[in-house]
Write a protein that binds this ligand. Structure first.
Ligand code: PMP
Length: 460
């Protein structure tokens, strides 16, 4: 198996190695220049204060020579790690032939399309068409909703609390994060938020014994109610695992009831697989594990495997109502991303990377299983190679935001890059490359557990 190692960069140390203060002097210089010149909206370098020199496999090196395990992986885009040598070869081979092709057919695009459709379950595969959108996940979400509105002639959309679908006007409007929307007037109208099955903080205040998946029941009742206030919507958009929302895998019964309801009322179900797609959860798409078939699938992030931007929607042929040119965009023909993406799928099949996702996922579950014994750890949860540790005040259950920031900083000092998410950023998240080795997972889990131990001890 060609695992995420150092083959692209033999001089990089095969373990994390942090010698300087963070940021080191050379990183600090670039960070300061960046702060002077770039938007105040910049995010990651505020909490992960480093300037990147180079990277390879699961590892990343800063300008001061510190080497980190990278379990942020470009927010989940680097499914085969940094600079996978075979993907680099595919990209450089394509580079001299053609880089940009609008929406003209090319051999690279044809192979990519074939690879994407081949990942769908049989049956669904034959019913789906594909549309290439602008290159981000948010662009694809926007396209999916626009398509459903066109196809149904309706205007309202159902989204879920805690969900995240992007930062543009429409995708942001569909997302739960109130703080982001609050300063912006005249947002996209007609979006209604319903509770998601976030059982550890049940939005309906129920406990497991009395649950009855009432979050799904509430949606059913609202859409059936002639006085429910919501016209029949154009779409329901749902994440199988809320990633930015704090790594919350939906309950199977919740998803199945949403699917049954949307079928009954003939509402297209849009599944946002921007983060969960391309094998992240141990199957090609997360919806497979819920035994449902969506009407529209949104995918982006890891499609190229190497971080080159590309986004698609795949949708049931009955929704193929757009007139020619109804949804255009310049950057829909990234041949480098297509070449890498087709190669990434080939490598994943050859190396049975999905099995690695499942095995490494179990390894992480085992390694982190003792964490809930710590009073500040509310829950450890995940699917495949998407994991989160939710931190909360043991006295009143409030999100332990400051503690999560401290854990992130403590992990970084030990050589592990991790992300935060969830309500008030109280969930420590990891998104390893899908071909990560058992050794790297082991080292990373030790660092994470030590960081949580250390900071929780201080907080106690
Ligand atoms: N949907 C989901 C589920 C996501 O996780 C994200 C990004 N984190 C997006 C959409 C938006 O993707 P992008 O940032 O590429 O617009």
């Amino acid at each position: 198996m060609s695992l995420a190692d150092h083959s692209a960069n033999p001089d990089m140390l095969p373990y994390p190695y942090v010698l300087s203060d963070l940021p080191g002097p050379r990183s600090a210089e670039l960070l300061a220049r960046q702060a002077r010149r770039e938007s105040n909206a910049r995010t990651y370098p505020r909490r992960l204060p480093l300037a990147i020199a180079d990277a390879s496999g699961s590892f990343l090196r800063d300008l001061d020579g510190n080497t980190f395990i990278d379990f942020l992986t470009g927010a989940g885009v680097l499914s085969l790690g940094h600079n996978h040598p075979e993907l680099v070869r595919a990209v450089t081979g394509q580079l001299a032939r053609l880089t940009h092709g609008l929406d003209f057919p090319t051999p690279a695009k044809d192979a990519f399309t074939e690879a994407q459709l081949s990942m769908l379950p049989p049956g669904l595969r034959d019913r789906m068409k594909i549309h290439f959108c602008g290159p981000t996940g948010g662009d694809a979400v926007d396209a999916a909703i626009k398509l459903c509105k066109t196809a149904t002639g309706r205007g309202d959309v159902i989204a879920f609390q805690g969900g995240f679908h992007g930062s543009g006007h429409a995708a942001m409007a569909l997302s739960g994060l109130v703080r982001q929307k609050q300063p912006i007037r005249n947002g996209v109208p007609g979006i209604h938020f319903f509770p998601y099955s976030y059982c550890t903080r049940c939005p309906l205040g129920l406990v497991p014994e009395t649950c009855g998946t009432n979050c799904a029941g509430y949606l059913e009742q609202s859409l059936h109610d002639k006085n429910g206030g919501i016209p029949l919507p154009a779409a329901v958009i749902l994440e199988m695992v809320q990633g930015e929302g704090g790594v919350i895998p939906a309950r199977k019964e919740f998803v199945q009831r949403v699917r049954a309801l949307t079928r009954e009322l003939d509402i297209p179900l849009v599944v946002d697989e921007v983060q969960t797609g391309c094998g992240r959860t141990g199957t090609w798409f997360a919806f497979e594990q819920y035994d449902i078939e969506p009407d529209v699938i949104v995918a982006s992030k890891a499609l190229s495997g190497i971080g080159l931007p590309v986004a698609i929607i795949m949708y049931d042929r009955r929704l193929d109502v757009w007139a020619p040119g109804a949804h255009i965009g310049t950057f829909r023909g990234n041949q480098l991303a297509f070449a890498a993406g087709a190669e990434a799928v080939r490598i994943m099949r050859r190396d049975d990377v999905l099995a690695n996702v499942r095995e490494r996922g179990e390894q992480i579950a085992d390694r982190l299983a003792m964490l809930p014994k710590i009073p500040w750890v509310r829950e450890v949860r995940g699917l495949g190679l998407m994991w989160g540790v939710e931190l909360a005040d043991p006295l009143d259950g409030s999100p332990a935001t400051e503690l999560a920031h401290e854990v992130q900083a403590a992990a970084l000092r030990r050589g592990l890059i991790i992300e935060l998410g969830g309500r008030d950023d109280c969930v420590v998240r990891i998104l390893p490359p899908l071909n990560v080795t058992a050794d790297v997972v082991d080292t990373a889990c030790s660092i994470l557990v030590d960081a949580i131990d250390e900071r929780c001890l201080v907080a106690a």
